[in-house]
Ligand binder design. Structure first.
Ligand code: DHB
Length: 312
C-alpha cells in the first residue's frame, strides 16, 4: 500500500484510482488483460460503439508520426448489443469497472446506442459520449464544435440511465463553451481531449498515407500532450465545478500528475499503450510514487494545484 488516498470522484462516480484506458486504445473487451490486471485500473474505457455493427475505414489505418501517430480507424466495432453479449461479460469477470463509449452519425443514432445500454450490469459505471471522432463521414464538421448539437446529443443519451461524460474535440477555440453546454445538458464530466485533426502524405509517391485519403485522421501521442494540458487547464479555470478527465499523450506518471495539476480529476492513457500494452499500469504505479514524493495525502489534492512560474 502506498499510504496515499488514490480515490477519485467524478460527479456521481467514485473510482479507486484516477487512471483509466483511453477509448480506442484498449479494444472493446479484455484485450489488455494479458498485460494488465484490469481490476487494478480506475476504469476500462472501451472503443466507441454504435447502435449497429460498423466496418470502419479502409487500410492503412495508422501511421507513425514524430512524437505519436495518426489514425483513421473509422470506429470499427460490433455495436452495443453484440458488445453486451460477447465482450462485456469478460470485462465483468475480469473485475473491471467499465466505461462504455458511444458514437453515432446522428443524434438519433446516439439515442439508440444509449437505449441499448440501458439496464447494463452495475460494473458499467458511466457512458462516455464521443462527440469528437475525426473519422466520420462528416469529416472536419465535428459534433463537438457545435454547443447546441453537443448538448442535444448529451440529452438524448440520458436514455442510457448512466452517468454521462462528454468527450470533446481540441480542434476548436470554443471548448469551454461546448463544455458548459454539455454540462448544462446533463454531462457530469468532460473528457479532454480527443485527437487533433491531421494528415500525412508520402513525399515520394504523393499518396495520402491513410486509407481515408483527403479526410486525413486524428493525431495522438506525446506531441499533443501540451495541447491537452492547456485545454484541460483553461476549461478547469472557466468551469471549476465541472470534473475534467485529462487525456492526450500521457505515457508516464509525470505526464499524469501534470494533467492533474492542470485541473483534471482523472486521466486516460491511450497511444502509449500501442508501444507497450503495460503502460497504463506503469502510469498508475509512477503516479502513486510521485504523489508520495510530492507529499500529498490524497491524489485528489493535486487537481488544479498549479502556481506561478519560479522567478529566475
Ligand atoms: C477514431 C475515433 C476517434 O474518436 C479518434 O479520435 C480517432 C480515431 C476512429 O475510430 O477512427
Amino acid at each position: 500500500m502506498s499510504g496515499i488516498d488514490l480515490t477519485t470522484t467524478i460527479g456521481s462516480v467514485t473510482l479507486p484510482n484516477p487512471v483509466m484506458t483511453a477509448s480506442g486504445t484498449a479494444g472493446h473487451g479484455t484485450e489488455l488483460g494479458a498485460y494488465v490486471d484490469l481490476s487494478s485500473l480506475g476504469a476500462v474505457v472501451v472503443k466507441s460503439l454504435a447502435a449497429y455493427p460498423w466496418d470502419g475505414n479502409p487500410a492503412l489505418r495508422t501511421h507513425g508520426t514524430h512524437g505519436g501517430m495518426i489514425n483513421s480507424v473509422g470506429l470499427q466495432g460490433p455495436g452495443v448489443e453484440a458488445w453486451r453479449r460477447e465482450q462485456l461479460p469478460r470485462l465483468v469477470d475480469a473485475g473491471a469497472r467499465v466505461v462504455a463509449s458511444i458514437w453515432g452519425r446522428s443524434i438519433d443514432d446516439y439515442r439508440r446506442a444509449a437505449e441499448q445500454l440501458a439496464g447494463c450490469p452495475s460494473e458499467v459505471v458511466a457512458v462516455e459520449i464521443n462527440l469528437s471522432c475525426p473519422n466520420t463521414e462528416a469529416g472536419g464538421e465535428l459534433l463537438a464544435h457545435d454547443p447546441e448539437a453537443s448538448a442535444a446529443t448529451v440529452e438524448a443519451v440520458a436514455a442510457a440511465g448512466l452517468p454521462r461524460w462528454a468527450k470533446l474535440s481540441p480542434n476548436t477555440s470554443r471548448v469551454a463553451e461546448v463544455a458548459a453546454a454539455v454540462h448544462a445538458a446533463g454531462a457530469e464530466a468532460v473528457t479532454l481531449v480527443n485527437t487533433l485533426l491531421g494528415m500525412a502524405i508520402d513525399p515520394v509517391s504523393g499518396a495520402y498515407r491513410l486509407g481515408s485519403g483527403e479526410r486525413g485522421g486524428g493525431v495522438s501521442g506525446p506531441s499533443i500532450h501540451p495541447v491537452a494540458v492547456r485545454i484541460v487547464h483553461d476549461v478547469h479555470r472557466a468551469l471549476p465545478e465541472l470534473p475534467v478527465i485529462g487525456v492526450g499523450g500521457i505515457a508516464t506518471g509525470e505526464d499524469a500528475v501534470e494533467m492533474l495539476r492542470a485541473g483534471a480529476t482523472a486521466v486516460q492513457v491511450g497511444t502509449a499503450t500501442f508501444a507497450d500494452p503495460r503502460t497504463v499500469a506503469k502510469v498508475l504505479a509512477e503516479l502513486t510514487a510521485l504523489a508520495g514524493r510530492i507529499g500529498v495525502a490524497r491524489v485528489a489534492d493535486l487537481t488544479g494545484a498549479v502556481r506561478p512560474p519560479t522567478p529566475r
